[in-house]
Design a protein. Structure first.
Lengths: 343, 343
DNA sequence: TTGTATGCGTTATCAG
DNA sequence: CTGATAACGCATACAA
């Protein structure tokens, strides 16, 4: 008996409620009740159980608990480029708030191939996640439906696909892009360029199109460059192409801050262009680097904390919806720094 | 009967092996065997099961599987500043490789308070994670021991605490710091400064001390600044303090690239100092921004991919160790760019 | 190869 | 307030 307990405590294996019950001299149920919120258990019993648990190093097995409660408290985050400043920030906010709501984040790295997103969603199902938050990739509608059918909550962030079922949370891309045009137009820019990317999501495409539309309806010349992923190097490459031509643009809208940083660096260091005197640049996202003194980039801030808060709320209250939902929109606010001439 | 199946398939709830078995006209075990590697099942049966599963949208419940196999395939990652370039990169590499090894990463955000790390480790136990990888924070030895006692693998990355039990993976901080000194000394620097941080981990402290020791044994003057967390702003602030004095240093070792970026920006943009002509700067980590053309920072690269590969290997092979293990060391290689004068 | 029976660690239900 | 018992979904030893 005693021997058995000793073995267990050293035995490199998890302690069960049964063992705690034996040590405390109560039933399994008493132990269970001690660890479930709102269960009634006498203070004395509770105390004895708690002590036994402490001594044995007992921890409730959430795998088993999730099995019977049909609620795992796991939320999966499907994300591709966690190492990208924007995604990293979003991931940080989401995991922090999820944790505060007594949930835990399982992160699914869907980098690269198209099959990966599929695998990712599969994992989500394997572990019976209560919800899936998609930050990257374009999951097939059929897979989303599977998640939904299994009672999972599916939340799409900044991928405004016209898929019915999941809840979409997006930022006011079009309005912000129009505002970006206004900024540049008022700064006196008369020849514009927008730097987008080849792997653009719906959000990025929306920014690009809205900007172009605004420029065209104001009869101002615009060109569009897409040459590479949404990364620093692509922005620099775009600058090389766009700025080496005869008539350079005097105003540029980069669909992403990362692109803008690359563009700015190439423009200044390779072409010796003065920002914002000769060229104005507007970015999007307000990543940390946008505020660094080498960039001082005028951009649009995504309200990441608000988005994260809202998403976690959504999951917590779990309003199951059958109908097609309108996406929830958050305002992207302009952040004035020094890459655009004032007024 | 039939009605029941229909209800289940629409009923926003997960499908069980039982339901698949009924539809395929086989036993539960047949279904189970179809989905377990290396189990013997007739091709015909297998096919029928697979089809039924497909139709019903069945997915193996890894929670239940983990319960009986005593192996959840969950690995938890304890990390504080995921939004920091270095940690983000490491997290990306780890999650990607974990996934390739058929495991899934549960991320525990241990930002802020000291109790958080404790809570984090607790979560790790709740979900019966097979292993815990600690990237941030200083978990109490007692908690680590609890994890170990429960048969978990504990891996500490870049926190070379003298705790027996867990496996430590670290980078050759001291050697690299000495090399940093050599770089600066050969570049002709005669008055040095090291920029560290107030919340320094053991790794950061090791870099600082080794650099100072090297300088002192060569009879070269060194000062140490620690004013803030390991962040861009702290580096900039350090520059303001260090460079406003009468006799400025002509060589600086920043314990982290993030600090170095802040230092460089302040030095150039606020003091008009020419890098590397008037001042040489060396960083550590080789984050992406170190390669951006505004910085061109000479630094030391942490072999993140190698580390991640090794860590995942370690978890896969699960060599249980009772003895105190020597930390596994990886070489941090110098990356020459333009913030240090050549020769 | 297949099916039956048992157990994994929990919690919910129902008597007491 | 407490204890016995039946699920939860799955994998396996054993018998067929």
């Amino acid at each position: 008996m005693k021997q058995d307990k000793l073995d267990k405590s050293r035995g490199k294996s998890f302690v069960s409620a049964q063992q705690v019950a034996e040590r405390a001299g109560v039933s399994r149920s008493a132990v269970s009740r001690t660890f479930t919120d709102g269960a009634s258990v006498a203070p004395a019993t509770r105390k004895r159980v708690l002590q036994a648990a402490e001594e044995l190093g007992y921890t409730v097995n959430h795998l088993a608990r999730g099995l019977i409660r049909e609620k795992s408290n796991i939320v999966s985050l499907v994300v591709a480029d966690i190492n990208t400043p924007y995604q990293a920030k979003m991931t940080e906010a989401l995991t922090r708030r999820l944790q505060a709501a007594n949930k835990v984040a399982m992160i699914i790295n869907s980098s690269g191939e198209s099959t990966d997103v599929e695998m990712a969603l599969r994992q989500t199902l394997h572990y019976r996640a209560d919800a899936t938050i998609v930050l990257s990739g374009q999951p097939k509608a059929s897979l989303i439906e599977t998640c939904l059918n299994n009672g999972q909550h599916v939340i799409l962030i900044n991928r405004d696909d016209p898929v019915p079922g999941p809840v979409s949370v997006i930022v006011t891309n079009r309005a912000a892009a129009r505002q970006a045009f206004d900024m540049l137009e008022r700064a006196g820019c008369r020849k514009l360029a927008v730097i987008a990317s080849t792997v653009g999501s719906a959000s990025l495409a929306a920014r690009e199109k809205a900007f172009v539309a605004a420029a065209q309806s104001a009869n101002i010349d615009v060109s569009v460059s897409r040459l590479g992923p949404t990364a620093y190097a692509s922005g620099a490459e775009a600058a090389r192409q766009v700025l080496s031509g005869a008539d350079r643009p005097d105003g540029v809208f980069c669909v992403t801050d990362l692109l803008a940083c690359g563009f700015l660096d190439a423009a200044r260091n390779e072409f010796g262009i003065k920002i914002p005197d000769e060229l104005c640049v507007v970015g999007f996202d307000d990543i940390e680097q946008a505020g660094w003194s080498s960039y001082e980039l005028t951009t649009f801030r995504q309200p990441i904390e608000q988005i994260a808060e809202h998403v976690v709320d959504l999951i917590d209250h779990h309003t199951p919806v059958d109908a097609i939902q309108d996406p929830i929109r958050f305002q992207a606010e302009p952040v004035w720094r020094k890459s655009v001439r004032p007024r």
